[in-house]
Design a protein. Structure first.
Length: 165
């Protein structure tokens, strides 16, 4: 699908402003494979891409009260103990769905690590750097951006760690 001006998201505008090259990708909303509700797998499959290089954005609150952003491959699950260690926290808990918009400015299923209300500490699973490009949400359901991981991590001042189960 061609990129139209009215399809640009806030995340795309920030990437443009910071001169981080990206390719917008659009997909049809729906459920995961065989009717499952695994939305991340659906996104990767709808784009015809490897789920291992399609990253989902999760937000957690640390024991100290601070918020953290974790980006992991869509087939994987966040290991809360590893995530806490990587964030330098005693523990972290995933943010309840009802709080996502208030904290990030995004809705569930369209949460991008780029352009949140505030710049939270961000940690990508270490496999992000194994790919030439990865996919992350563009900030709305139905849109992703394909971006070089090092450029994205530099923009976000993010680090990598082993944070999955």
């Amino acid at each position: 699908m061609a990129k139209k001006k009215d399809e640009k998201t806030n995340a795309m505008r920030i990437l443009d402003q910071k001169k981080v090259p990206y390719t917008p990708r659009f997909y049809e909303e729906g459920e995961g494979p065989e009717g499952t509700r695994d939305y991340g797998i659906h996104v990767a499959m709808a784009m015809g891409e490897d789920p291992g290089r399609t990253f989902k954005t999760l937000v957690a609150k640390g024991a100290s009260g601070g918020y953290y952003v974790f980006d992991i491959p869509v087939p994987d699950s966040l290991d809360l103990k590893k995530a806490a260690r990587a964030a330098g926290e005693k523990s972290v808990e995933l943010l309840p769905v009802k709080d996502i918009t208030a904290v990030t400015g995004y809705i569930r299923g369209g949460c991008s690590p780029v352009g949140m209300k505030k710049p939270y500490p961000t940690i990508f699973h270490e496999t992000a750097l194994a790919f030439e490009t990865i996919y992350v949400s563009a900030g709305k359901i139905g849109a992703q951006v394909e971006v070089e991981p090092r450029a994205l991590l530099d923009l976000l001042r993010a680090k990598t760690a082993d944070i999955v189960i």
